[in-house]
Design a protein around this ligand. Structure first.
Ligand code: SAH
Ligand code: SF4
Length: 366
């Protein structure tokens, strides 16, 4: 399904495409840079704020481009300061963006680290058995502008009223592409969107601070390995043998571990950076010592970091989160093998921060 909005989202444009558009309009090319400056540096919310553009040009831009990012219909804050934005697209589809604040470990000027989690699709076609986004299936891909505008929303939420305040206040430390959808299944919009965030004329946000999480779409992992940017890769493993992984993630039939692991190895080698393996702990499904040992073996082979995530229950799915003791013994078991690992102490559990859950709750309530 493809959604074509009435006006093109301005946040889907890049320097080249805008320069070309201005050339077609008979306008000087430098206008493109001026517009992008207003959008990304001064964070203008209307064409009228763009005071160095002639009024007739502003009127024309208004007719052709949509400047308002997607519509924010709900912002929920949880006790641990995780904040969820539920955004409505032009076709009324709902998408979520999460702001996670974590205390800074070690020395730093700021006392908390802010991570923004963005979505790439409405729903998801991959149908992982633990995931709310997969429940309702895939509806459509987000456009470049819809992906970028999620970050703009976060900036707008926190921007001060003066230009100076805007530049200082709206900052975040990391972007993770871990919200609704499989990013690699929308690669053609994902990459241009990340390049806009990364560009010096855009948000100027370092590629090394952007993590793309995938359920293991092997050809796209290999394609991303060959891109020039140093994006970080996280792979949702969730099962350390084909037998267990297949039960949890249907994609494992298409790209089983013997195909996935070499692809991750290749990514790590090309970028020279550690990859993260995500592993949701689900009671009696993948929380055994056999799984811990198999996971440790994979992580050591890949020199990967393991992120253990206690399963968040999803309405309509009947799997359970293991007890704290079971979680800890799984963690200890892999740590004893010298695997670099962390165990996530839930962020935003009370507002259902795991992917797709806020959207699901809202839809079920209406
Ligand atoms: N499609 C991509 C990115 C989105 S899902 C992928 O699969 O990697 C990203 C993450 O959301 C999952 O890896 C998992 O860490 C988290 N997640 C989804 N459902 C969850 C649940 N029920 N409990 C805990 N984490 C969940
Ligand atoms: Fe899709 Fe990722 Fe959820 Fe699997 S975990 S259904 S790939 S969003």
């Amino acid at each position: 399904m493809k959604y074509v909005p009435e006006k093109k989202p301005i946040y889907g444009e890049n320097l080249d495409s805008l320069q070309n558009r201005f050339a077609e309009m008979g306008e000087p090319r430098f206008r493109a840079k001026q517009v992008l400056d207003w959008l990304y540096k001064k964070r203008a919310r209307s064409w009228d704020e763009m005071s160095n553009l002639p009024q007739p040009l502003r009127d024309r831009l208004e007719q052709e481009f949509e400047i308002a990012p997607t519509k924010r219909i709900l912002a929920k804050e949880s006790a641990d300061e995780t904040e969820k934005l539920l955004l409505e697209m032009g076709d009324h589809s709902l998408v979520e963006t999460v702001v996670i604040r974590a205390p800074q470990v070690g020395v730093g000027q700021k006392d908390s680290r802010k991570t923004i989690c963005i979505s790439t699709q409405v729903g998801c076609a991959y149908g992982c058995r633990f995931c709310a986004s997969g429940l309702a299936g895939w509806k459509r891909d987000l456009s470049v502008g819809e992906i970028v505008s999620q970050l703009i929303h976060v900036c707008h939420l926190e921007d001060g009223t003066t230009e100076r305040a805007r530049e200082e206040i709206a900052s975040f430390d990391n972007i993770v592409v871990m919200g609704m959808g499989e990013p690699m299944a929308n690669y053609e919009n994902l990459l241009p969107a990340l390049r806009i965030l990364n560009a010096s004329w855009g948000l100027n946000f370092g590629a090394r601070r952007i993590t793309i999480s995938t359920s293991g779409v092997v050809p796209k992992i290999l394609e991303l390995a060959d891109e020039p940017e140093q994006f970080r890769l996280a792979v949702s493993l969730h099962g350390a043998t084909n037998e267990v992984r297949e039960q949890i993630m249907p994609i494992n039939k298409r790209y089983p571990l013997e195909v996935l692991i070499p692809a991750i190895e290749r990514y790590a080698a090309t970028k020279g950076r550690m990859v993260t393996l995500e592993f949701i702990l689900i009671e009696e499904i993948n929380d055994t010592f056999e799984q811990a040992d198999a996971l440790a073996q994979i992580a050591l082979r890949l020199n990967a970091h393991v992120n253990l995530i206690p399963y968040n229950s999803v309405p309509g799915l009947d799997w359970k989160r293991p007890s704290l003791t079971r979680q800890e013994s799984f963690y200890d078991r892999i740590r004893r093998k010298d695997v670099s690992a962390t165990i996530r102490r839930e962020k935003g559990h009370d507002i259902a921060a795991a992917c797709g859950q806020l959207k699901l709750q809202t839809e079920q309530a209406v």
